[in-house]
Design a protein around this ligand. Structure first.
Ligand code: ADP
Length: 492
């Protein structure tokens, strides 16, 4: 109907980000990065925490040894034994443990005991024991790298205080305390002979792991339950950290919190509703527009708004659809993939998963369109963060002086030939900016990668496709944590 058409047109306008909007967001993102890098005394806003990780340098693929890795980031705890063989190769054994709903809200000592016992169970496996004996050094204490994917301020590679919980976790007794000490105490309490050598964010782990396989990795990014990124910065730019000699350090951006004051982010009433009803209102607004935990809920909010105006499902919702968080992001993937004429697969999700029994072909087309709007906006915002970090590197950081023909601002003209600034000389792989990416949204959401790449090209120019290489960093958190443990123990 005419009313439906109008409503969809106005939604489309609200959710579509123009090239000019992407550019503006990128400029603001770089500004907030630099505000975050400034000394802690400055009065500027610090939406981006820009956390120093004390990880100096990156692996080049020649590292060797066996290390334990622990990955806590979502609903799964993973324990891994990683054997680095050099030559970019490795072997990995792992076991996953489910972190129950109860533990996500229990006292942190209970959570840590659960982790310690899980590690004990893992290393008691005969098979794993043999592996360890084979590769261990003189001590029988295993060194462990802990991938802990929540915002932490670090004071050393093996010390960091939790700033706040995100992604549905809310365990009392953790915020403000040192996560390494909490875990080490639980390991000692449970007689587990393991030393926590390094604490890393999953983005840092992703960067390290991708770098082991692909030298010249500049960014590690996550688009999963949450979203965040880490990159390589010049220590001279990290004003929050007194550091004299020029070297590189990995910075955990905590980009989920970009523009929490909503000065420029194109938040809609649907985003605001979600934020208000989330466990962490007013923060991580950017993450709430991008990541898997939230996209389904934004979509649900839009659908309910259409239902309430009698523009969808004949004005009828279902108790299931009325329930917050009932619309999973995975449904959006399935709905977007449905290209059949009658959209019966969409009907099946609506009927079987959401108890919406009456849906017409037009209804299903509207639902699919709404999914596309929300998913595409997420991918384009993801490109903003990626492009901003690359520009930061090109303008004042580790990528400057390489002569990459990428746009530094909207007016910039980029060279169309690879010979510019000697780009045709030398090893071609030296002239690629690798981005290691982990997360189900990037990996499984239809067209997410395509939309992200096209937005990156809109921002950074026509040469982006040749220079910026987005790659899936498999098992970033396991291998990356092992590499961090190696870096930490080699440095002491
Ligand atoms: P985590 O970030 O927790 O380590 P994942 O990278 O698997 O784990 O991300 C999980 C998130 O991805 C969940 O929020 C889920 O809704 C979303 N997700 C899972 N499968 C898909 C899919 N096929 N399409 C889109 N999103 C998905």
């Amino acid at each position: 109907s005419e009313r439906q058409y109008k409503a969809i047109a106005s939604l489309t306008e609200e959710f579509t980000l123009s090239t000019a909007a992407l550019e503006e967001l990128t400029v603001e993102f770089i500004k907030q990065m630099n505000d975050g890098l400034a000394p802690p005394t400055s009065k500027s806003r610090k939406d981006l925490a820009m956390i120093p990780t004390y990880v100096f340098g990156r692996p080049d693929g020649h590292e060797r040894g066996s290390y334990l890795a622990l990955d806590l980031g979502g609903t799964n705890l993973r324990v891994c034994l990683i054997t680095l063989k050099g030559n970019h190769e490795l072997e990995s054994h792992q076991k996953a443990f489910k972190v129950s709903e109860y533990l996500q809200h229990a006292d942190v000592s209970q959570l840590m005991d659960f982790i310690a016992v899980s590690i004990k169970q893992f290393i008691n496996t005969q098979h794993i024991n043999a592996k360890i004996v084979e590769h261990s050094t003189n001590s029988d204490t295993l060194e462990l790298g802990f991938t802990f994917s929540f915002p932490v301020t670090q004071t050393a590679i093996d010390a960091g205080r939790l700033l706040r919980w995100t992604k549905g976790f809310n365990c009392p007794g953790a915020v403000g305390n040192d996560i390494v000490q909490l875990l080490q105490a639980a390991l000692d309490r449970n007689s587990v002979n393991v030393h926590v050598a390094a604490l890393v964010n999953d983005t840092v782990g992703t960067l390290l792991a991708h770098s082991y396989k692909n030298p010249n990795t500049f960014i590690g990014a996550i688009f999963g339950t949450g979203t965040n990124g880490a990159y390589v910065e010049d220590t001279k730019n990290i004003q929050a950290l007194p550091c004299s000699q020029e070297q590189e350090m990995i910075i955990n951006i905590e980009w989920g919190n970009f523009d929490k004051e909503k000065t420029i982010l194109p938040v809609t009433i649907y985003d605001n509703k979600l934020d208000r009803e989330s466990i962490n209102p007013g923060v991580h607004v950017f993450e709430k527009m991008i990541s898997g935990m939230y996209l389904g809920e934004i979509t649900r909010n839009i659908l309910l708004h259409l239902i309430d105006q009698r523009l969808l499902f004949d004005g009828t919702s279902s108790p299931k659809l009325n329930k917050a968080w009932s619309f999973e992001t995975e449904y959006m993937s399935k709905m977007e993939l449905d290209s059949s004429a009658t959209l019966i697969p969409i009907a099946q999700i609506l009927e079987q998963r959401l108890d919406v029994q009456i849906n017409t072909q037009v209804d299903r087309e509207i639902v699919k369109h709404v999914c596309k709007l929300v998913g595409t906006r997420a991918a384009r915002l993801s490109a903003v963060a990626t492009a901003a970090v690359i520009r930061q590197g090109l303008q004042s950081g580790r990528l400057r002086d390489h002569g990459f023909p990428l746009k530094l601002n909207a007016q910039d003209e980029v060279s169309e030939t690879l010979t510019a600034n000697g780009l045709s000389d030398g090893n071609v792989t030296d002239h690629v900016i690798n981005v290691g990416i982990d997360g189900s949204v990037y990996e499984h959401y239809p067209n997410f990668e395509k939309h992200m790449k096209s937005a990156l090209t809109e921002i950074l120019g026509s040469r982006t496709g040749d220079i910026v290489s987005l790659g899936i960093a498999r098992d970033g958190s396991g291998v990356g944590a092992a590499l961090a443990a190696l870096i930490a123990t080699k440095n002491t």
